[in-house]
Design a protein around this ligand. Structure first.
Ligand SMILES: *Cc1c(COP(=O)(O)O)cnc(C)c1O
Length: 388
């Protein structure tokens, strides 16, 4: 059989290569500690699970959901945006449920990208922005995220002809993998740039609730004019330890929401209503769990940063996100450093170049493993000779 080019063009899944190495170590009886994937180790809070158990018994929830989501879910999202960001959304036209935000991020390319079209994509970045673009027949023009610019893209560096052709601008703050954050002023510059070149903005914001030391992330939708040009993808996954339940939302410009709803209504049949009930309980319910989880991540973050600095790496503690992004010692590549940690300490970190060429020279450590595993991993790292 002959596969489509889009299958041939797919890069190997970043964590697949790492999984292979881990499997090989495990086969030798070695206990590998992984700071790899960002998937909260803590359970979904009890009051959210209770909503699922109750909803599962209701026959109305056994049937097909509507693609756009229950009105009650969309209203809960609108209430949460109002409370959390002071952003008003019309639940009927400006909110859409997603089967996890990754689903919407991948599918939204079909709303904008025709064969040959261009999307502006950060480098390094979550891989789905570029792959969704490729699946739709387009290509990415990458915008380097440089440490000296606070890992924010420089819109002036995008050539005018590329900016004029581009259909979509992808942004993601708090950022995966760099842990960088953006303020409203930056988002307003993005809106201005998008309006000047007639580009839609897709902001991916799943880490807005994962933040440290009193830092409170903002929403792209708080920027003046954001509603005219863009949408924000959000997710219950990271905020409420719900990665396994698959629910997220897209909010913002009603024309984009409508286009994405029409694409989705031809591909999927929405999010299980019982899971939408979980999301309503999460968004409307007590929010103490967020501060509790962040306190746990913050302790892990501080210990990870200290251990990496002792080893000779340059690290800025992130203000938000689940990731520590660390510069590997001079003279080493990301892959060499990651390989060395795996071989000498049986510790997995993600090489930064897996997120794009400008991730070279960095590694990412996720904070989503149990405290005792973090401690054991850091003990092993501390036992290594200093690298710089
Ligand atoms: C985790 C993550 C997502 C996807 O989350 P879902 O579980 O699909 O809602 C989207 N974007 C980034 C940058 C992420 O790190």
């Amino acid at each position: 059989m002959k596969f489509a080019d889009r299958i041939e063009q797919l890069p190997p899944y970043l964590f697949a290569q790492i999984s292979k190495k881990v499997a090989a170590k495990k086969a030798q009886g070695i206990d590998v500690i992984s700071f790899g994937i960002g998937d909260p180790d803590l359970p979904t809070p009890r009051h959210i699970l209770d909503a699922l158990i109750e909803a599962a018994a209701e026959p109305a929830n056994h049937r097909y959901p509507e693609t756009e989501g229950l009105p009650e879910f969309r209203e809960a999202v609108a209430r949460w945006y109002e409370r959390r960001f002071g952003v008003s959304l019309d639940p009927a036209k400006e909110v859409l449920s997603l089967i996890g935000s990754k689903e919407g991020i991948g599918h939204v390319a079909l709303c904008f990208i025709d064969p040959g079209d261009v999307a502006l994509v950060p480098d390094p970045a979550y891989p789905v922005y570029e792959i969704g673009t490729m699946f739709a027949g387009g290509s990415a023009h990458t915008m380097p995220l440089l440490e000296e610019n606070g890992f924010l893209p420089d819109f002036d560096a995008v050539p005018a002809d590329v900016a004029n052709r581009a259909k979509v601008l992808w942004l993601n703050y708090p950022n995966n993998p760099t842990g960088a954050v953006a303020d409203i002023d930056f988002f307003e510059r993005a809106v201005h740039f998008a309006k000047r070149h007639d580009i839609a903005v897709c902001h991916d914001g799943p880490y807005s609730e994962v933040a440290y030391n009193e830092y409170v992330p903002v929403s792209f939708m708080q920027a003046a004019g954001a509603m005219d040009v863009g949408v924000e993808f959000h997710s219950l996954s990271k905020s409420y330890n719900m990665t396994g339940w698959r629910i997220g939302m897209c909010v913002g410009n009603p024309r984009i929401i409508d286009a994405l709803m029409r694409v989705k209504s031809n591909l999927d049949s929405g999010v299980s209503q019982a899971i939408q009930r979980m999301a309503i309980a999460a968004l409307d319910g007590p929010q103490d769990c967020i501060a509790e989880h962040n306190a746990i991540y913050q302790r892990r973050r501080d210990r990870v940063v200290e251990a990496l600095r002792k080893l000779g790496l340059k690290v800025t503690p992130p203000k938000a996100s689940l990731y520590v992004w660390a510069k590997v010692p001079d003279g080493m590549t990301s892959a060499q450093f990651a390989e060395r940690l795996l071989d000498e300490a049986a510790v997995i970190v993600t090489p930064g170049n897996g997120y794009g060429p400008h991730g070279e020279g960095y590694v990412r450590l996720s904070l989503t493993l149990p405290d005792e595993r973090v401690d054991e991993g850091l003990r092993r790292i501390a036992a290594l000779p200093a690298l710089a």
